[in-house]
Design a protein around this ligand. Sequence first.
Ligand code: PGA
Length: 263
Amino acid sequence: MARKPIIAGNWKMNNNKAQAKELMDGILYGISQLDASKMPEVVVAPTYTALWQVYDLIKNEPKVKLAAQNVNPNPKGAYTGEVSLDMLNDFKVKYVIIGHSERRQMFAESDEFINQKALAILSEGLIPIICCGETLEQREAGVTDEHLKNQITKAFNNISASDAKKSVIAYEPIWAIGTGKSCDAKEANRTIGQIRKVIADLYNQETADNIRILYGGSVKPSTIVEQMAQPEIDGGLIGGASLIAESFIDLIKGAMTDEHAVV
Ligand code: PGA
């Protein structure tokens, strides 16, 4: 089956207005030099404050899709500091990142809350990028697969097979995020294969064969080609290396079909 790869840049809490414009201008120029037919789906996730501007810059560029880094699952009301799906719809946001370990750990987001977000996102016709991943302690204790199964099972609670099929999962080992220490590509492939098996058990093989599962955690231009060569890895969710236009373009090149660029 052909799953279209995704290269998604998670800008996290970086880039003011001028910096967001400079980065987007660089990405758009780089993309204009590439063969569109071989490109992965390119996604950028700016901060809320840069959404309007990035939306405006890419509105005539169908090769780049917008993601939000978070959303509140409630439709509206007294949720100070939060942003709704209705608001994201103003900017034609296609994807929403949820369950990122930074939100789980620093903002105490529970599996149940992440599931509520996933359900709300899908009911509005957007697509969740559902993150999961183990700590170093869990990996060393040999409980990685069990932990991921638990996170995935809870995140997909009450989600239909047709909605699950459209969703995106990002496997991001916490010990690899922002550390410069990417998970070995073969091990990431094995782990993602296990996640796909969880989806097959929860739903069916067809859903598991269609759902796209990305790897995230210190993905760099020097690691992407080997990562993309793994059959289970459908792309990358990238933080640090997505903040420099040249490096983000190199990541896109590394995920191009037929012609893995020399980077
Ligand atoms: P990193 O972040 O690429 O900087 O490790 C990835 C992520 O947290 O999504």
